[in-house]
Design a protein around this ligand. Sequence first.
Ligand code: 13P
Ligand code: ZN
Length: 270
Amino acid sequence: MKDISIAPFLIDFIRTATNMYNHGWDERNGGNISLMLDKNEIESYLNTKDILREIPTGFRMPELDDSYFLVTGTGKYFKNIQYAPEINLGIVKLIEYGTKAQLLWGFKDGGNFTSEFPTHIMSHAARLKINSKNRVIMHCHPTNLIAMTHIHTLDEKEFTRTLWKMNTECLVVFPDGVNVLPWMLCGTNEIGEATAEKIKTSRLVVWAQHGLYGAGADLDEAYGLIETAEKAAEIYMKIAHLTSINTISDEQLHLLEKRFCVKAREGYLD
Ligand code: 13P
Ligand code: ZN
């Protein structure tokens, strides 16, 4: 067996989590990440028959039975992941219609996967139906997007249009826009189901007064989406209280569509 600490998926995951922390998106234990792994990706590092323990999930997800995930632990600080990955992260396999997870590696101090595991797994299932290459669900608490949910309407079309008009690249990076959930109790199956519904039509889902979910084929894609949306929200928060005399018009957004071969979400542009 090879040493798992040199596994590319683990290194990439730790670097991403560290970058997220350095961006200020993941105070304390705020945020969580799950990366779907292929069996053949992990077999040279782990014997998938060696089960450390079983953990009930509290939900059913038959379609993801036998799927493997590298996931952050509940209550674990993002700033510590790079120094103690085996305590702060775990690799689990879903079994018995998704009602249980077999722990194969990590959570060494007896810990457990994130309290947002229902949202992660339900969102993975939803995104995989749209894009079979989706592997990442990422949650964090980016300051400016959260701030924006305090002062901007939560109407998804309006929220999306505001972000698109903050910075030229936005429409190109997230033409599917952002969907928005009103404040809901986190860590529940209910918010998981609501997020999974929202993530079908947009890879970014804002949780009002809480944070953001991003989905992607790899860690970079999910990270880049969040980074771009958060930058746009930062610009909004810098100018929202000022008189705006210039903006990006819908006509200019249409030019971006043509130039970058992307299609803005149906009905979102005039
Ligand atoms: P966990 O520590 O359980 O991952 O929770 C953090 C969080 O962001 C809840 O939404
Ligand atoms: Zn959170």
